[in-house]
Design a protein around this ligand. Structure first.
Ligand SMILES: [Cu+2]
Length: 149
């Protein structure tokens, strides 16, 4: 077990420890994510999300991905993603509203995505979701920038 840093050392560190700049989330059977909320420390340069599909079904039947947008863009991105279809992982290609997205995974697969924290604004509610058809209704959560004290 690593020794805790003295408080003054933690406070003066320019960049937060790696562990604080990433998270792991499971896409589970029954259209569920294992997390409802993700906080991104403002001290991170980049933030990484590791997605694990813990189900058994292939991606064509029940795929899961992790997609991040500003909350206000959610419905538009879902609508345009359904139009883009399976070949595009149900996401509009090269769309600037999408801040980050993993590939669509099948059961047992994993993927990671990272994005620059500078893309996030304090006070703006962001939404993460799965773009597989009918999944976003249940597979969604909030992500926010956590300002430094
Ligand atoms: Cu899904």
């Amino acid at each position: 077990m690593a020794a805790a840093l003295p408080a003054h050392a933690a406070a003066s560190a320019p960049v937060a420890a790696d562990a604080a700049c990433s998270t792991t989330i499971e896409g589970r059977p029954g259209k569920k994510f294992s997390l409802d909320d993700i906080d991104v420390p403002a001290s991170c340069e980049r933030f990484t999300v590791h997605l694990l599909h813990t189900g058994k079904k292939p991606r064509e039947q029940a795929g899961h991905n992790w997609v991040l947008v500003a909350g206000a863009q959610l419905e538009g991105v879902i609508r345009d993603g359904l139009r883009a279809g399976a070949g595009a992982d149900y996401l509009p290609p090269r769309d600037s509203r999408i801040i980050a997205a993993t590939p669509m995974l099948g059961g047992g697969e994993r993927a990671s995505v990272s994005f620059p924290v500078a893309r996030l604004q304090a006070g703006v509610p962001y939404t993460f979701f799965c773009s597989f058809p009918s999944h976003a209704m249940h597979m969604r959560g909030t992500l926010s920038l956590r300002p430094q004290p």
